[in-house]
Design a protein around this ligand. Structure first.
Ligand SMILES: Nc1ncnc2c1ncn2[C@@H]1O[C@H](COP(=O)(O)OP(=O)(O)OP(=O)(O)O)[C@@H](O)[C@H]1O
Length: 600
């Protein structure tokens, strides 16, 4: 197995001017008096000593980011060399013109590596930080491949209007939410401009009629959420028999418990060509090893790439975490919002995304903020699709610069210039936290993230500490102390069957085929549907079980409390000398959770 680690400089790509929200000056911060509550004292008055400190984070946008080091790790057989530029990747002429029209001068690191792999016809699992350009990394080579292939001859263009034959797309992109599907559709359309390809989107929450009419005119690329796709295939409106490219964006979410049955149905039982015939690409910013193992069912002789620090969020995001009681949250939030508008033109709010757990809390907080004079909107699964779309639009345009959201907005959404992500309620897993804060700090820009940590988040302490340390953030002492408590030492991962402790896997930035400190044979008891056969103790291809290649597994920064080494080298049992991690409550992302959050 080839393995390589390189440190790249994202020269050119990270050179962004993100001045819209960087006008908070140090003097403005220090001169601003502390404001509390705002509702006549009804709310408790929390201390906000960290507000000024946090706002300092906003200034990191003023730094030049083009010298940012990005480590890249690649594993698999016969890995094609990365492309220096878009032209080197062998993209079709028309696609190159579209890249230029999009203003992309240089490929991002994940694009440099992924494009040649996809162009070479290889399967791929790509783990790259949020906002690092994964959409183009799969769209560009897929569009280019379809252009090179020419007309497939099985598309619906040939049929007469009386022949209601099913549309037969050649590329299928699956995404977990409607908004993300719509966004990918827009991107794919840009890259397909004047190529003769048709890109069609299908997602739930809207009448099927318009989408079907669109499909009837032909579809080369279909971007879809799983539920709506299954519905369309079952009604014989779409046939998957011509699929050449299968892409799963946010693949770890797609393969987690809420979606996996539908994904299996789509891939295995809906006439899609087998994995040795089609080309399959999985992309996400997090790939827990259990999900990798499951995903390998859908892949054939794949290459794994990880871009960015192993299992970390980007260092471009300044993370803060504040210990609060539930009763203090609103008052603290109000103060945070008041402080961050100081120095902005007309005291406007920078774009701020506030994550909460429950739909009703999203609405309640939105109204409360509105009554306090903060223009806010909300997006969650309880709203109609029209309401969701108009909320997103109103946030994007800055009409309501504050958006309260459930996890439905946590993945993939690319809203330029989100300055601040506030985890009013922390999610149940560190992966979800990574995706949530990744709504800021995109495409080389800087961002700020604040988490409200309460007693109920203790199970997240260790994972959060590891992540913040990994991303070189200042970690409060209390978090270190919490993370050391026995009942906090387990996993903070939210997926089913995820083993406690992390065991070096972190958030899945490593190819699981190369890990020798993780017990892949275990964990199946809690994971009955995920039988894979994908991992066979090192007998896969040229994989050498003990080899770690260039991966540096040492703990970074000051924190050294990681649980690595707590397992025997890939065997079935824990080392006798190290007590097994205590069970730590984690919340499986089951269907109920997903529905509650409005996933599609
Ligand atoms: N080569 C490039 N040059 C400049 N900007 C780029 C380039 N590639 C992508 N971008 C921009 O970077 C932003 C983030 O890209 P994208 O949404 O694909 O990120 P992502 O990695 O999929 O993030 P997430 O993990 O959150 O889904 C987008 O606004 C996109 O237009």
């Amino acid at each position: 197995m080839a393995a390589a680690v390189s440190a790249e400089k994202s020269v050119g790509w990270g050179d962004q001017n993100s001045d819209e929200w960087t006008t908070v000056s140090r003097s403005a911060r220090t001169s601003h008096a502390m404001t509390v509550g705002g509702d006549g004292g009804a709310m408790p008055a929390p201390k906000v000593e960290e507000v000024g400190e946090r706002l300092a984070g906003l200034e990191i946008a003023e730094r030049r980011l083009d010298k940012y080091d990005i480590p890249v790790e690649v594993s698999g057989e016969g890995v094609p060399a990365p492309a220096e530029g878009f032209a080197d990747a062998g993209l079709a002429e028309a696609v190159l013109r579209n890249v230029t029209s999009c203003g992309y001068e240089n490929p991002t690191p994940v694009q440099r590596h992924a494009m040649p792999i996809v162009m070479a016809g290889r399967d791929l699992m790509a783990c790259a930080q949020t906002g690092s350009g994964k959409t183009a990394a799969f769209c560009l080579p897929v569009v280019s491949g379809l252009v090179a292939e020419g007309r497939s001859g099985v598309g619906p263009r040939e049929r007469s209007s009386f022949n209601r034959a099913a549309a037969k797309p050649r590329a299928l992109v699956l995404a977990p939410t409607r908004e993300l599907a719509a966004q990918i559709n827009e991107e794919a359309k840009k890259f397909s401009f004047q190529t003769g390809l048709r890109v069609v989107v299908a997602y739930g929450g809207t009448p099927m009629y318009n989408q079907l009419r669109d499909l009837e005119r032909g579809a080369d690329i279909l971007v879809a959420t799983p539920g709506r796709l299954v519905d369309m295939v079952e009604r014989s409106k779409v046939s998957l028999e011509a699929i050449k490219y299968l892409v799963m964006d946010e693949a770890d979410r797609m393969l987690d418990m809420g979606f996996e049955p539908q994904i299996r149905k789509i891939v295995d039982r809906m006439n899609m060509p087998g994995k040795s015939v089609r080309q399959t690409m999985l992309f996400s910013a997090t790939f827990p090893p259990e999900i990798q193992r499951l995903a390998s069912d859908f892949l054939s002789d794949y290459i794994f790439i990880t871009v960015g620090r192993v299992g970390s969020s980007t260092e471009l995001i300044m993370q803060k975490v504040k210990f609060l009681t539930d009763g203090e949250k609103r008052g603290y939030l109000l103060d945070l919002l008041q402080k961050q508008s100081v120095g902005m033109a007309n005291s406007k709010q920078p774009l701020t995304l506030i994550f909460v757990e429950m739909k009703r809390e999203a609405d309640s907080l939105m109204y409360w903020l509105y009554n306090k004079g903060f223009p806010a909107t909300a997006i969650h699964g309880g709203r109609t699709q029209q309401e969701r779309e108009s909320a997103l639009k109103s946030f994007k345009t800055g009409l309501t610069p504050i958006m309260v959201a459930t996890d439905v907005a946590s993945r993939g959404l690319d809203v330029p210039n989100v300055a601040h992500v506030i985890n009013y309620d922390l999610p149940k897993s560190v992966e979800d936290y990574v995706h949530r804060i990744g709504r800021t700090g995109r495409a080389g820009k800087a961002g700020s993230a604040t988490a409200f940590f309460t007693e109920s988040n203790l199970s997240l302490a260790k994972g959060l500490l590891e992540l913040m340390t990994e991303s070189k953030q200042d970690v409060p002492d209390w978090l270190v102390q919490y993370a050391e408590k026995p009942y906090c030492r387990g996993s903070s991962y939210g997926g089913r069957g995820r083993r406690p402790g992390g065991a070096g896997s972190r958030f899945g930035g490593r190819d699981y085929r190369r890990c020798n400190d993780y017990d892949y044979s275990g964990g199946r008891d809690s994971y009955p549907g995920g039988g894979t056969g994908g991992y066979s103790g090192g007998s896969r291809g040229g994989y050498s079980r003990g080899s770690r290649g260039g991966y540096s597994s040492g703990s970074r920064g000051a924190y050294s409390g990681g649980s690595r080494g707590g397992y025997s080298g890939g065997g079935d049992s824990y080392r006798a000398s190290v007590p097994p991690p205590l069970f730590c409550p984690s919340y499986p992302m089951g269907t109920a959770n997903i529905n509650a959050s409005g996933w599609d």
